[in-house]
Write a protein that binds this ligand. Structure first.
Ligand code: EPZ
Length: 429
């Protein structure tokens, strides 16, 4: 297994190209199940989770073909064509679903199109219990009958789903996506209230509209969807990855460097940018992306609380904590989305961070210098946090279990090397 070795202390300087968003790509790929025509997605990131979703779709009968690269540097996002002429298998097996929770996103589209779907329950994960009860109660509201047996969810609606009014009891990105996908082919009108408003959901809605879906209220918490008999194929370019952009913005800030995030959208990371500015980091829109710089200013401590979009994203909490570990003063970080998303804390402590944990709150007293150490990644964003800490630390940091990183950051070590970091992927002995 590989590990990432970082020799810290180098300021980042240069241009980092931001890839397509993993968390937009996964529901968009599931949307291909709604039509017998090809859905062509460009700017698809090259990540392990994308391969897992492609394999899952393949076993449902979707023809997946790679149509080359969207960019001209040979590394930019790929273009893939997904053609679900016929759904040959309505079951998503445990073996694939356990690898990636987002697999549950095939449930809504398959039951909407085929009248039946059987999907393995995803199970828990490192950051929390992550139930899927809202996905299921929403599908029930749309007329599906749900049974959970022997670790599998079976949803059936032999006469098709029908429109309904459904108020999400809690803001859920995945449940909103699953139910939007289902409602597009339901009979009549569906009104969703308290829907998640993440940019990835807007991206999904825009693609579905290009496929012939009727969706009003895109980008708001109230979505009105008028079901149609069939959707058709479309071409869609996946939005840039806002979490990747936020991560590299924080990498620039923690090293006191200057980077341009090519292709990133500042309006997608408003809350993170506002917090970065309070730390003394400059962040603004520039030609074709986002410009980030912190030179000759000390990092200041800032409190943060995660919440659904448009507030500060939970997916940047761990990275912001690395930043606060080296800031002047005390900061309080509150995680409200997942109950166990502080697995990076003991690892950051091994690098000299002064953190105390109480429930869903971490209090950090910034230290002058973090120190390199061998550390263990526990999940995707925790891994990114440790890499950031390593960039700022003195000495050598080795991050193990980097398969987590490979699920969500494309060529992370290469991108960091281009802007001057001393980072390499080495074989773990
Ligand atoms: C999505 O997960 C993202 N994943 C996560 O990205 C992200 O952290 C999360 O949204 C929050 O922004 C993808 O888009 C593939 P939720 P999702 O449903 O949809 C509870 C990353 O690092 N809940 O919005 O699974 C849930 O337990 C990751 O890229 C229920 O109680 O998140 C959590 O506390 C990891 N019942 C809260 O809602 C349900 O049925 C929000 O979860 C569904 C969710």
């Amino acid at each position: 297994m590989d590990k990432i070795r970082i020799r810290g202390g180098h300021k980042l300087n240069g241009v980092i190209r931001i890839g397509g968003a993993k968390n937009a790509a996964l529901p968009l790929m599931a949307a291909s199940l709604l039509t017998d025509e090809a859905l062509v997605l460009s700017n698809v990131p090259h990540l392990a989770d994308i391969t897992t979703m492609a394999n899952l779709l393949g076993q449902h009968g979707v023809k997946v073909s790679l149509e080359g690269h969207s960019g001209d540097d040979g590394h930019a996002g790929r273009t893939i064509s997904l053609a679900a002429g016929k759904i040959t298998n309505t079951k998503a097996p445990y073996d694939l679903v356990r690898r990636m929770r987002a697999s549950v996103l095939v449930l809504g589209p398959i039951v909407a199109r085929e009248g039946e779907a059987t999907v393995s329950l995803p199970g828990g994960c490192a950051i929390g219990t992550r139930p899927v009860d809202i996905h299921l109660s929403g599908l029930e509201a749309l007329g599906a009958e749900i049974e959970v047996e022997a670790g599998y969810i079976r949803a059936s609606a032999p006469k098709g789903l029908r429109g309904a009014q459904y108020v999400f009891p809690k803001v859920s990105v995945g449940a909103t996506e699953n139910l939007i996908l289902a409602a597009c082919l339901a009979q009549g009108e569906t009104i969703f209230e308290n829907a998640a408003r993440e940019p990835e959901i807007t991206d999904l809605c825009e693609c579905l509209i290009a496929m012939g879906a009727k969706i009003d209220g895109v980008g708001t918490a109230i979505l009105t969807i008028t079901g149609v008999d069939r959707l058709h194929g479309a071409e869609h370019a996946i939005m840039p990855d806002r979490i990747e952009a936020g991560t590299y913005a924080m990498a620039a800030a923690i090293t006191g460097g200057t980077v341009e995030l090519e292709g990133a959208r500042l309006d997608h990371i408003d809350a993170a940018a506002a917090h970065l500015r309070k730390t003394g980091t400059m962040i603004e829109t520039c030609n074709g992306g986002v410009f980030v710089s912190r030179e000759n200013t000390d990092l200041r401590s800032v409190d943060v609380e995660t919440d659904p979009y448009p507030a500060f994203p939970t997916d940047l909490q761990a990275q912001f904590m690395a930043l606060m570990a080296t800031a002047r003063g005390t900061s309080v970080i509150t995680e409200t989305i997942f109950e166990n998303r502080f697995m990076h804390v003991p690892e950051l402590q091994r690098m000299g961070a002064e953190v105390t944990l109480q429930g869903n709150t971490a209090t950090l007293r910034g230290v002058d210098q973090l120190h390199g150490a061998p550390v263990m990644a526990s999940d995707l964003r925790a891994s990114a946090s440790l890499v950031l800490a390593g960039l700022a630390a003195d000495g050598v940091t080795e991050v193990r279990r980097i398969y987590h990183l490979d699920r969500g950051y494309e060529r992370l070590e290469e991108k960091l090397r281009i802007v001057g970091a001393d980072v390499e992927r080495v074989e773990d002995s």
